[in-house]
Design a protein around this ligand. Structure first.
Ligand SMILES: Cc1cc2nc3c(=O)[nH]c(=O)nc-3n(C[C@H](O)[C@H](O)[C@H](O)COP(=O)(O)OP(=O)(O)OC[C@H]3O[C@@H](n4cnc5c(N)ncnc54)[C@H](O)[C@@H]3O)c2cc1C
Length: 388
């Protein structure tokens, strides 16, 4: 067997698999190999994600990415069907809602205007209108909220599996092995070396290794400002069900919550040391989150925590946004990581964009240039005001 490919993708999570799928779908006729070291995706970020899909961003590029991806997710069951079987991803368009105090509202109004410019149907809700969305909400300290009814949440694992299935069907090969090093000679990519010593040759390598991606890049002497940042999610049940299903709701404190089936999940971006740490603490939920949740919705007072988990953000320490495109000075090296907690809502657009860039040398459907590697050296950072 020849250990050669035209394109090697390192990391078969939602980003790597979306890119693999789009390359094949767009008619790329070279050989694409995806290397994934964790066949059951135990520690990958994708299955540990909260699956929130929002267009409520404040930078042009993030709004465009989400808006593009939302259309893809709406059509996903049909476009990604295999042998007539729809690719269900449980996309619940129940809305996304930022709750706001009096001081927060003017800022959200500015956000809304930017979003509306791109056709996002976000709207400012008055205090009492919040009760139409969540009848049980305690609105005493609130002045209103920013709401987008088109947004919602989905099942990240199903999205990833949908991409994997279609990518494989169209000809991409998945090899479940660990990439040790990305290889290069004279400033050009030559392939990868696996942990078992085997080498695969390819002129193009796309680094989609998520929270582990910066290690591979740094090893090549091509560092990027991304660290693994642990994030906890908790699932709980309540005695008295809510009258309506929740949008993905962000409390003014930053605590978020939504339905997960008939149960609920909640999380918060707490201060954590970077590291590959997958521990989660029941006590954190009880001491930090539960008081906030119970004060916001009385039904949450009787929350019974059922389980929790921790996953990693591939966190860009400079501007908290993805880094996508060619790495300057290293021919054939492409990156797509640093998603900083919003990769699910960007995966379809990133797949389309990188497929175009790799195949044709430029973006066509969506311009991802603002997220280029060079922006750090050029001091042209993307400062997003709506980070969760
Ligand atoms: C708790 C939590 C909540 C989140 N909530 C949201 C949300 O609400 N909305 C949203 O849009 N995003 C959310 N995200 C972010 C989103 O999940 C990620 O941005 C997205 O899943 C990143 O996908 P990925 O494919 O880049 O990474 P991953 O899914 O981690 O995939 C990378 C893959 O690379 C593999 N790999 C790594 N190193 C190697 C190697 N050397 N060789 C071979 N394989 C390798 C890994 O095994 C892994 O499977 C959340 C993330 C977390 C952790």
């Amino acid at each position: 067997m020849k250990m050669e490919a035209d394109i090697i993708i390192v990391g078969g999570g939602v980003i790597g698999s979306s890119i693999a799928y789009h390359l094949q779908k767009d008619g790329y006729d070279g050989k694409v190999i995806v290397f994934e070291r964790d066949k059951v995706y135990e520690y990958a970020s994708t299955p540990r994600s909260a699956g929130g899909i929002r267009q409520l961003f404040t930078t042009d590029i993030n709004i465009q990415l989400s808006r593009f991806s939302l259309q893809a997710y709406k059509a996903f069951p049909q476009t990604m069907a295999v042998d007539g079987e729809p690719a269900e991803i449980d996309f619940k368009q129940r809305g996304y809602l930022f709750l706001a105090t009096e001081e927060m509202l003017p800022r959200l109004e500015i956000h809304m205007k930017i979003q509306n410019k791109y056709g996002v149907p976000s709207q400012l809700l008055q205090k009492n209108e919040l009760l139409d969305i969540i009848p049980e909400l305690n609105i005493n300290d609130l002045a209103g909220g920013l709401y987008c009814a088109e947004d919602g949440y989905l099942d990240p694992y199903s999205v990833m599996q949908g991409y994997i299935r279609c990518a494989k069907k169209l000809g991409a090969e998945y090899i479940y092995d660990d990439v040790d090093t990305i290889l290069s000679e004279q400033d050009a990519i030559t392939g990868v070396r696996l942990r078992n010593g085997r080498e695969y040759r390819a002129p193009i390598v796309v680094n989609c290794a998520g929270a582990w991606a910066p290690l591979l890049s740094e090893q090549m002497g091509l560092p990027l400002p991304v660290v693994p940042l642990p994030r906890q999610v908790f699932q709980f049940d309540i005695v008295q069900p809510l009258r309506k299903y929740l949008p993905l709701t962000i409390d003014p404190t930053g605590v978020y919550f939504r339905h997960e089936g008939e149960k609920l999940i909640a999380g918060f971006s707490e201060d954590r040391e970077p590291g590959y740490d997958f521990t989660w603490k029941r006590s954190y939920f009880m001491e930090e989150l539960w008081p906030i949740l119970a004060a916001r919705i009385p039904n949450f007072e009787q929350a019974k925590i059922e389980r929790g988990w921790a996953g990693l953000y591939d966190f860009n320490t400079q501007d908290h946004n993805a880094i996508i495109g060619r790495y300057p000075g290293m021919k054939g090296y492409y990156v797509a990581f640093g998603f900083s907690g919003h990769g699910m809502q960007q995966a379809p657009a990133v797949g389309v964009g990188l497929s175009e860039l790799i195949r044709t040398g430029k973006y066509k459907s969506i311009d991802l240039t603002p997220l280029r590697v060079e922006r750090f050296a050029e001091n042209d950072l993307i400062m997003e005001d709506a980070v969760v």
